[in-house]
Design a protein around this ligand. Structure first.
Ligand code: SAM
Length: 287
């Protein structure tokens, strides 16, 4: 690769199944002189397996700034660098974002490759009806902060996607139940693409019992997908005023505030309706 084509490549790697790496990813890993890896010991066998001779440098959350400086210097010297994380797509609940920002600020090219991402794999199998989803990633580990985060999400009409580790799965499912109630659907996608992959779908109210019935169900890596809050239609004058304001281009929060002030209709129902309207308007624009 010449000086002019030096670039930072963002290269997704398999979540588990070694076959889940694209032809292009392999070609890039074979061509670049450097690979910045979250864990070089983890990535070295993958590179060997695909006949890649790139030199490895460590780029993890504890050395992000130093790694970014080194990568920028390599790019400035005309040497391309590929970024990989332990599994999936760099920058998605993983290191990478700061490195990308630094490389962009330094004026170098960034070339992202499509590939495995646990959230997207789980969503594709969730079969939920919502057209929109919100990717949250990891919830806070402390129970009070987690409950607060979930309260803020509780009324959104979008499918919600969380990452979770095995040692917190039971507590997190309990917190989801408290925040969202028993009726919403939960999809537990575990060990995706691996030998013990399982995808279980149930009402939130039944999830804890399902998990506790077999210790194996609590093992491995999880993506949790929760169905969105059901629409509570704001009817009557409140709903009519709200839709007029939204049609006029006001954002949902402002339309809700005004419709509530004008008609006295409940804020919660108005806001949910506004978000549903916005989601419907977005998907209509896209289709
Ligand atoms: N960057 C990765 C991606 O693109 O999905 C995510 C990395 S994040 C540090 C790790 C979390 O992703 C795990 O705790 C789990 O929630 C989820 N995850 C990764 N691999 C998974 C798998 N095979 N099955 C289910 N969840 C997985």
């Amino acid at each position: 690769m010449t000086n002019e084509s030096a670039a930072l490549y963002l290269v997704p790697t398999p979540l588990g199944h070694l076959g889940d790496i694209t032809q292009r990813a392999i070609e890039v890993l074979r061509q670049v002189p450097w690979v910045a890896a979250e864990d070089t010991r983890h990535t070295a066998p993958l590179l060997r397996h695909h006949g890649c001779n790139a030199r490895l440098l460590a780029a993890h959350r504890h050395n992000e700034e130093a790694a970014a400086q080194r990568v920028v210097a390599l790019l400035a010297a005309g040497e391309s660098v590929a970024v990989v994380v332990d599994a999936g797509t760099p920058g998605i609940s993983d290191p990478g974002a700061r490195l990308v920002a630094r490389v962009r600020a330094a004026g170098h090219r960034i070339i992202p490759l499509p590939g495995p991402c646990a959230a997207i794999v789980a969503l594709s199998a969730a079969g939920l009806s919502e057209a929109q989803f919100l990717f949250y990633g990891f919830l806070p580990a402390k129970s009070g902060q987690r409950a607060q985060a979930l309260r803020e999400l509780a009324e959104l009409p979008y499918a919600l996607v969380f990452y979770e580790a095995p040692h917190r799965i039971v507590d997190t499912v309990a917190a989801l139940l408290v925040a969202f109630g028993a009726q919403r659907t939960l999809v537990l996608a575990r060990e995706l693409t691996k030998l013990f992959e399982s995808i279980h779908c149930c009402p939130l109210g039944e999830a804890a019992a399902w998990l506790l019935a077999d210790a194996n169900r609590q093992r491995g890596e999880f993506v949790l997908v929760v169905s969105g809050a059901p629409a509570v239609a704001a009817s009557g004058e409140g709903g009519r005023v709200l839709r007029l304001l939204l049609d006029d281009g006001l954002p949902p929060s402002q339309a809700t505030r005004l419709a509530h002030a004008i008609t006295g209709a409940g804020r919660k129902a108005l806001y949910q309706e506004a978000l549903s309207w916005q989601a419907g308007a977005t998907s209509t624009r896209q289709s």
